[in-house]
Each structure stands twice: as C-alpha cells, then as structure tokens.
Design a protein around this ligand. Structure first.
Ligand SMILES: [Zn+2]
Length: 464
C-alpha cells in the first residue's frame, strides 16, 4: 500500500508542534539537572532521564550503554602578576595539565607563523599571549595549529585571548580532533577574556612576569550513552540513526549546546512512535535514536558506540546514514550537510519530497567538531543540519561552552520545527528501498587517511 505522505507529514508536524514536550524536557535537563560534564553526576542523571522518556514513549530496545571515559577536571586556575599581586580571571582549556610557573610574557598578536618567527628568540620558556581569532589577511590557521607551532618553539604555556567581548570566556580544546586518539595538550593553555587579555598585554609590555597556576587531574570514569529504536517493518536488520550529545562543558546547562539537540532526538522519537501508534505507519527500516556522553571530551561517547557496534566484530551492520544534531538553537533549519559527495544528489532528492526548499550541501574539509565525525571516520555516511555555521544565526544565540548558554538560549518555537522536519526526513530515509541508496565508495581506511591529512587545516564551517 502506498503511503500518504501528505497525511503523514500533517501528523508529524502537528504532533511536533501541538504535542511538544520541549519546555518540560528543557526545564528538567537545564534546571533540575544543570551542567552535565561527561562522567559527572549530572551526566548520569541526564542519561537516566532520557532512557526513562524513551521507554515511556514506547521505543524498543531502550538501554544505556556504558563506556570508560578518559576524563579530566580542575579545581582552580589562577593568573597573577607576582610583583603587584594583581589577579586576572582565566579559564583552563579543557584537559589542560596541572601547572605552576612564573615566566615572562610574550605578546604574539594573532600568533601567525610570521608573528611566531619574528619572536622566535624569546618564546622558549615564556608564556605566550595570542588571539583566538585568525589574522584576516593571511590564510587562516586554527588556534590548535598555532598552539602546536608555539609549543615547538619551546613556549612554557599559552594564554589565548577571546574574540567575543564583554568578559565572556569559553571552554575550548587545544587539540585538533582529527588526530587519532586523545592527544596530550601541545602545551598548557588557558583562556582569558578580550578585556582582561588587553590588560595582560599592557602589563607584558611593561615587563611584568606572570604566574599561571592550574590545579587539574586526569582519571578514568564510566559514562553512559542512551539508545532506543523503532523497529523497521520491512528491513528490520537495516537502520538509520539520529543522535546528539547530552553532555555539556563545566559551568553551563548548555541550552543550545546541546540540550537543543538532545531534546530533538527525544522529541523525534516520541513523534515517530506516536505516528506508528495512532496511524499504524512505522519505519520500513529501523530508526535508531541515541544520545551520547563525552562529546565535549573528544567525542568519546560516539567513538565508543561506533567501535562497539561497527568496529571489528561489531554488533550491528553500519547505518545507511547517521544524522548528528548539535546546537540547534542558533538559526532555523536550512537543510542538511553531508560529509561526502556521493550522498549529495540522493539527499537533495529526499529533501525535495518535503517541499520546504531545504538544501543539501557537502562539507569540504571534514568537520571534526561533533559526533558525526566518529561515523565519518569509520566510512559511514553521515551529516549535520545546515544552520548558523553557514549564515544567519540569531545574535542572542551564539552561545556554547560558557555560562551564557543558559536555558533561555533554547529557542522552543524553532526547535519544534526542527523536530517535525527531522521526523519527516528520518521516516523518508527509512522507506527508501535498499536498491535506491547510492553505493558508498568510501572505506574506513580512506576516511581515516583523509582525516589525518587534514590535521591543522582550517574548517570554514566552524570558524567562518
Ligand atoms: Zn555540542
């Protein structure tokens, strides 16, 4: 029997809109639980809550999958001018090793290769200060590549000056996530606000030394991914997956990053389960729903899942497609960005059936900043949604990895539309016959080589 997509779409958009649980989920995750650093109590409570909601809405095979997280935390981070006892507020970069050192400060400006060369004789043993953003007149290098260059010159530590103004400080990583495994920091690195960075530069010019002290430690801890599914009625052994991370960095409830994507996963599951229950229309191939822990710590939850399910002797055949939902409160949905060209025409064809002018684009350099990347690296077709990384973010929603990413940053009305569109797309993908999918020409070995060859290069969609 042919499906009546007009009626299906009407149900999915209606249920996403009128039956929405978004405010309730937002309040529980952001206000009752709060911040959810991977492996922390908040992270565990979030996984348990999501598992409970998936069960409540009648999903199949709902479970928590535990993995061992290579984690880190810190108890203090202090920047102090010893001669005057003046203190400047800083944040350590994520996984910054413990340090306590006092050294001269070298201002490297933007930290371009030219800036670094020009200061070459003075960098060794010094604390360097450089801008987070790239100097606009030379080809951009990510801050991770610039940090590696100053580390090679023997700098003792780096202070990175925020581009956003108003005292804001984000938690960041000093490592290029295209490198395999969890690498150590190239050098101890901390973040400083735009304004305090200006003060530090003034004091450096006067010849003052800086004391940097970070108390931190590394350890292993269990962490939980959450998985549920709606079984396929025609090809139950095949599946597509839609997922997003439920963990946050420290000190933020992550309204945008990534309470929004977590809720979109929970809501798409609820809406599609309701469609099946109330109209009898289910997916033809299985749709799997997952939320990950450890994204902010090197995508460790998604890596653990891909290794367990799709690695050597994996439990499950790879999905036909993996859609990653991250930071969905930063602009309306404009389409889907796939990571490989072979998916473009196919995905555009699916989007065209939705008649909402959604566009498919192909990522140039691979984007390693979120949970699609472990899938991509394993040779599995994957994508993200086209949103602010490309243009048109809301001025009030450029928040992630900082205190300002509060519950109000989650745009409820817009997220309802995402949920409806994601549900429509995932159901369509579940109904495409096996013979109509494009052949995947990419192997895990090839994608791994490509990821490594792109280490140090600029990812336009992330920084642009
Ligand atoms: Zn995120």
């Amino acid at each position: 029997m042919a499906l009546d997509w007009r009626e299906i779409d009407r149900f999915l958009m209606g249920e996403a809109w009128a039956g929405s649980r978004i405010p309730e989920y937002r309040d529980y995750l952001c206000h009752e639980i709060g911040s959810r650093w991977g492996g922390s109590e908040g992270d565990f409570r979030a996984a348990e809550y999501i598992r409970g909601q998936m069960s409540l809405h009648g999903l199949d095979s709902v479970r928590v999958e535990q993995f061992e997280l290579d984690t880190w935390n810190y108890t203090s981070a202090i920047a102090r001018i010893p001669d005057t006892s003046e203190q400047l507020e800083i944040k350590p970069f994520l996984r910054c090793p413990a340090i306590d050192l006092t050294a001269p400060v070298i201002d490297l400006g933007y930290g371009t290769p030219r800036d670094i060369d020009a200061a070459s004789d003075t960098i060794c043993g010094a604390i360097v200060v450089l801008n987070l953003g790239s100097e606009p007149f030379t080809p951009p290098l990510p801050h991770t590549a610039r940090l590696s260059l100053v580390a090679e010159k023997g700098a003792a530590a780096a202070v990175v000056v925020e581009s956003k103004t108003g005292g804001r400080m984000e938690y960041r990583s000093a490592n290029d996530w295209r490198a395999p495994g969890i690498a150590p920091h190239p050098l101890p690195t901390v973040n400083i606000s735009f304004e305090a960075g200006g003060r530090l530069r003034y004091l450096a010019g006067k010849g003052y030394q800086l004391q940097l002290k970070v108390e931190s430690r590394f350890f292993d801890t269990p962490a939980n991914n959450v998985i549920g599914e709606i079984p396929g009625e025609v090809w139950p052994d095949e599946h597509v997956i839609v997922a997003g991370h439920h963990d946050t960095v420290f000190g933020t409830v992550g309204g945008n990053d990534n309470t929004s994507g977590t809720i979109a996963v929970m809501e798409a599951a609820r809406v599609l389960a309701a469609l099946k229950k109330e109209t009898g229309v289910g997916p033809a191939r299985t749709i799997r729903f997952a939320t990950w822990s450890g994204e902010e710590q090197g995508l460790q939850g998604a890596y653990a899942y891909v290794a367990k399910h799709h690695g050597k002797n994996g439990l499950t055949a790879p999905p036909r497609f993996a859609l990653n939902l991250d930071e969905l409160s930063t602009g309306h949905m404009k389409g889907v960005v796939v990571m490989t060209e072979h998916m473009r025409d196919f995905m555009q064809g699916q989007l065209d059936t939705m008649s909402d002018a959604l566009q498919c684009h192909v990522q140039g350099p691979l984007d390693a900043h979120s949970d699609h990347f472990p899938f991509v690296r394993a040779g599995i077709p994957a994508g993200i949604l086209w949103r602010w990384r490309f243009f048109g973010r809301h001025a009030t929603s450029e928040f992630h990895h900082e205190f300002g990413d509060s519950a109000q940053k989650l745009n409820v009305r817009e997220l309802k539309e995402y949920v409806g569109q994601i549900s429509r797309l995932m159901l369509r993908l579940s109904h495409v016959t096996p013979g109509d999918w494009p052949n995947n020409p990419h192997t895990a070995e090839e994608m791994e080589r490509r990821a490594v060859s792109e280490i140090g290069s600029h990812t336009p969609t992330f920084h642009g």
